[in-house]
Design a protein around this ligand. Sequence first.
Ligand SMILES: N[C@@H](CCC[C@H](N)C(=O)O)C(=O)O
Length: 284
Amino acid sequence: MQMRFTKMQGLGNDFVVIDAIRQQVDLSAGQIRRLADRHFGIGCDQVLLVEPPRSDDTAFHYRIFNADGSEVEQCGNGARCFARYVRDEGLTSANSIRVGTAAGPITLELCPDGQVSVDMGLPRFDPAAIPLAVRARAPAYDLGAGCRALRIGALSMGNPHAVLAVTDDLDQAPVSEIGPRIERDPLFPRGANVGFMQRQSATAIRLRVWERGVGETLACGTGACAAVVVGRLWGELDERVEVSLPGGTLIIDWPGEGMPVRMTGPAVRVFDGSIEMERLRWKY
Ligand SMILES: N[C@@H](CCC[C@H](N)C(=O)O)C(=O)O
């Protein structure tokens, strides 16, 4: 049996997008890992499933799986690709698309200039929502990641994020050393995506992200939202911030507490293909 897929990317954060509306799809975690594998599969950071809506106020349901096979709550760059995909495929003719996710509904807007803008919803700071193993919310938390003592901001953008400030050269930051330690720190019972943020001005930051279940990626949409929210709470950023990631630039708008975060950026279709399900057999 063949399964059709589309390879897409948002700032180099790449996806295998699978239409689970017009074909029957039931993938195990092992099959997801095989699809995502860059040597033995197609290769991607996340596998995205396009499913029928689960509620009357949404047009689709959007499921996200990390390259390690785990299902997660939210993916910002994927959300923009999801919008581009359902429009290009003629699954909708709307410019504004409300989509259900494991983290609640989000609204995707296709802009006239080809960019996609997403209302990512409210950032959440209460420890139970992140989740974070502390009793009370704080602007920053102390963490002993190996031999280094670190201060991080923590929040949920639907998925858990830790953000730390880098003052030295961001290109030299030990992302692959500290990232996995914070990802698996007991402070984050369900793991965390870890953003390394370098402030350039009140309206511009550079960011590298170690993604839970993947490793360092070329960009992370929810990570960009999380970094701007933390930077604003620390009094260092304005309402609109240009976030430069290794794969390109996102615009993030966040007026402040109680308001949703908006993310705007590109979404690109790379190629279409089909794969024989038999090839997804994998022994780990
Ligand atoms: N690439 C994403 C985030 C994908 C999920 C993340 N790795 C997690 O485990 O929460 C984005 O663009 O937001």
